[in-house]
Design a protein around this ligand. Structure first.
Ligand code: KG4
Ligand code: ZN
Length: 343
C-alpha cells in the first residue's frame, strides 16, 4: 500500500496528512490561521503565505512523527495546485516538489475542488456515481460524477460562494470571521419566518446560484430598521439552505443520480443538513456528508485524491504550475493518468 504525504495551503489552513492506501490516515495535521486573519475581517494573502512558509516544516515533521514513518518511507508527495490564493498555493507546491525531488519519489498535483468533492467517500477505493455538491468558502458547485475523474459541472455560483455569503453577512452583522458558525449559533434562537429574504434563482430553471442579492437585502434591512440579530441569522440561513437544497435535489433528479454527496465548510450547517436529508428522503435519494473533520480545508482529502490518482496510474510533471482560479475545462479534463509520472 502506497504511503502518501499531502500538503494543503490554498487559503488560510496549513495542513499536512499522511495516508496509507486510501483509507488508513496515519496523520492529519491542520493549523488554522483564522485568528491571524480575524483582525482584518478576511484572509490576507501575503499573511497567509508567509505563515504557511513558517509552519510547514514543523507540521511535516509532526506528521511524520505521529505516523511513525521516515521521509524516505513516503512513496509520493502531493500538494494542492489550485484553485486558491496564488502565493499560498506556491508555498505548498514548492514544498511538496522539493520533498519529492529530495526523496526521488513521485509528485502529484491535486485539485482542491476534487479534494472537497470526493471527501464524502474518504477511505473507499472507488467513487460511485453521484451528484456532488461542494459548498465552501470559495466555491458552490453541483457536479454530476460518473466515477473518479469523470465529471461534469452542472452549476456554480454567478457571484459569491455559499460560505462567502455567510461570511459577508456575518461581517455586516458585526460577527466574527469566519461567520458561518456564528450565524448558525445565533439562528438557533431566531425565527426563520421573521424576514422574507429572496431565494435567488430558485426558479431560474438551471443549476446556477447567486448569493450577492441576498447579502444586499440584508444590508438594506439593517440600514432601514433595528433588527433582531437571531431572527436575521435564522431567516438568512433558511434562504441559503432552501436554494442549495432545492437545486441539489433538482440536479440529482435531472442527472438521474440516486446519491447526493455534500462537502465543504457549509455542509456542517445543521439547517442545510436537516433540510437536505428531509427533501432527499422524500425524493428517494440517499445523502452522504463528508466526515466532520474533512469539511473545512484539510490535507487528508488531498491525500485521498492523490491515492485515487496514483491508483489510476497518475503522477504530475514537476513543471506543473499552480492554477489559482477555478477553470471548468481544467477541472472536467482532470482525468486520472492524464499526466505521465516523471520520477
Ligand atoms: O471548505 P472551507 O474551508 O472553505 C473553502 O475551502 O473555501 O469552508 C469554510 C467556509 C466559511 O465560509 C465558513 O463560514 C463556512 O465554511 N462554514 C459554515 C459553517 N461552518 C463553516 N457555514 C455555515 N454554517 C456552518 N456551520
Ligand atoms: Zn476548501
Amino acid at each position: 500500500m502506497a504511503l502518501i504525504l499531502a500538503i494543503e495551503t490554498s487559503c488560510d489552513e496549513t495542513a499536512v496528512a499522511i495516508l496509507r492506501g486510501c483509507d488508513e490516515l496515519l496523520a492529519g495535521e491542520v493549523w488554522s490561521q483564522a485568528s491571524l486573519h480575524a483582525a482584518y475581517g478576511g484572509v490576507v494573502p501575503e499573511v497567509a503565505s508567509r505563515n504557511h512558509l513558517a509552519a510547514l516544516p514543523g507540521l511535516v515533521r509532526t506528521a511524520l512523527r505521529k505516523a511513525g514513518v521516515q521521509l524516505d518511507g513516503i512513496d509520493a508527495f502531493a500538494a494542492t495546485s489550485g484553485p486558491g490564493l496564488p502565493t499560498a498555493l506556491l508555498v505548498g507546491m514548492a514544498h511538496a516538489k522539493a520533498l519529492a525531488i529530495g526523496a526521488g519519489r513521485t509528485f502529484l498535483a491535486v485539485d482542491h475542488i476534487e479534494g472537497h468533492l470526493y471527501s464524502p467517500f474518504f477511505g473507499e477505493p472507488e467513487i460511485p456515481p453521484h451528484l456532488g455538491m461542494v459548498i465552501s468558502g470559495g466555491h458552490t458547485l453541483l457536479v454530476d460524477v460518473e466515477s473518479y475523474g469523470a465529471c461534469r459541472v452542472l452549476g456554480s455560483t454567478l457571484d459569491d460562494a455559499a460560505g462567502e455569503a455567510f461570511d459577508k453577512v456575518a461581517k455586516l452583522l458585526g460577527l466574527n470571521y469566519p461567520g458561518g458558525v456564528e450565524i448558525e449559533r445565533l439562528a438557533r434562537e431566531g425565527n426563520p419566518a421573521r424576514y422574507d429574504f429572496p431565494r435567488s434563482m430558485l426558479h431560474s430553471g438551471d443549476f446556477q446560484f447567486s448569493f450577492s442579492g441576498l447579502k444586499t437585502s440584508v444590508r438594506y434591512l439593517l440600514e432601514r430598521e433595528s433588527v433582531s440579530l437571531p431572527d436575521v441569522c435564522a431567516s438568512f440561513q433558511d434562504a441559503v439552505a432552501e436554494v442549495l437544497v432545492k437545486k441539489a435535489i433538482a440536479a440529482a433528479q435531472s442527472a438521474r443520480r440516486s446519491v447526493i454527496a455534500v462537502s465543504g465548510g457549509v455542509s456542517s450547517n445543521g439547517r442545510v443538513q436537516a433540510l437536505l436529508s428531509r427533501h432527499a428522503s422524500e425524493a428517494g435519494i440517499e445523502v452522504r456528508f463528508a466526515p466532520r473533520e474533512l469539511r473545512t480545508d484539510n490535507a487528508a482529502m488531498i491525500a485521498y485524491v492523490a491515492a485515487l490518482q496514483l491508483g489510476a496510474g497518475g503522477g504530475s510533471q514537476l513543471s506543473v504550475d499552480v492554477h489559482p482560479s477555478f477553470d471548468l475545462q481544467h477541472f472536467e479534463r482532470n482525468r486520472p493518468g492524464a499526466h505521465p509520472s516523471t520520477i
